[in-house]
Write a protein that binds this ligand. Structure first.
Ligand code: ADP
Ligand code: MG
Length: 220
């Protein structure tokens, strides 16, 4: 975890929800693995980004809070024609400032989040991601800073632990790698009390490869 870099980013950030560029820099400084992403504002930039990222890719709106709810997430984009078509559709969705082009990941959906509580500091939460989190309310928590043992216990105490580990031939995600990400996130927060709220939902995990694909960070 690159503490001076984290401080530089947080000191320069304006209040509120952070744009993708700031989130990328924070994750890179904290060593939180993520998919490659590029922000584009024109059809030409979208085509260029596609060449850089490779196929298939994902396109999503930047601006709306719940991107799927406004049909603002397109998975599995395979060709230039679709890039142009979807760019024109996405950029016209209300409140959309730009389009995010991302590498496509796969695996089980995991979640990590944190909230700053005045009297305690950061409370870190984890569980399975996607809509599973909301429906099953299967979430465990711990107080930052978290060590690897505490993070591992948080994972083991989930009801969905068996699914994360993998079951009946379904490949899961490496729990040690997931625990390391929780530790890195909690270390980053230790040096950034200005982060009042954040979540990564989901991270996609398949074996050793666990990547953040959607994140929100609020600084105050
Ligand atoms: P939101 O949560 O705002 O609706 P997300 O960025 O989380 O938008 O995208 C919705 C869903 O699409 C995710 O939960 C995930 O299942 C899938 N998804 C998003 N980005 C990627 C990606 N880069 N690779 C694979 N799947 C993705
Ligand atoms: Mg999401």
């Amino acid at each position: 975890v690159d503490i001076p870099e984290i401080r530089r980013i947080v000191d320069q950030a304006s209040d509120g929800y952070q744009p993708p560029e700031i989130i990328h820099r924070l994750f890179d400084a904290a060593g939180i693995p993520r998919v490659q992403e590029l922000v584009v504002k024109t059809p030409e930039e979208a085509l260029q980004a596609a060449e850089q990222l490779g196929w298939p890719l994902v396109m999503k709106v930047i601006g709306p809070v719940h991107k799927s709810d406004v049909r603002g997430v397109v998975l599995n984009v395979h060709d230039q024609e679709t890039v142009l078509h979807e760019f024109n559709r996405l950029i016209n969705i209300p409140e959309t400032e730009a389009v995010l082009m991302a590498e496509m990941a796969s695996g089980i959906e995991l979640f990590v989040g944190a909230k700053y509580e005045n009297r305690f500091g950061h409370i870190v939460l984890c569980g399975m991601g996607g809509t599973m989190v909301e429906v099953l309310k299967d979430v465990t928590s711990g107080l930052a800073p978290l060590g690897i043992c505490e993070a591992s216990s948080m994972i083991k105490n989930l009801k969905s632990y068996q699914i994360i580990k993998g079951y009946r031939g379904q490949e899961g995600a490496n729990q040690r790698k997931f625990a390391e990400i929780i530790v890195r996130l909690s270390s980053m927060l230790r040096f950034a009390v200005e982060i009042k709220e954040m979540d990564i939902n989901p991270l996609l995990g398949k074996g050793d490869r666990i990547l953040a694909v959607d994140a929100r960070i609020r600084i105050e």
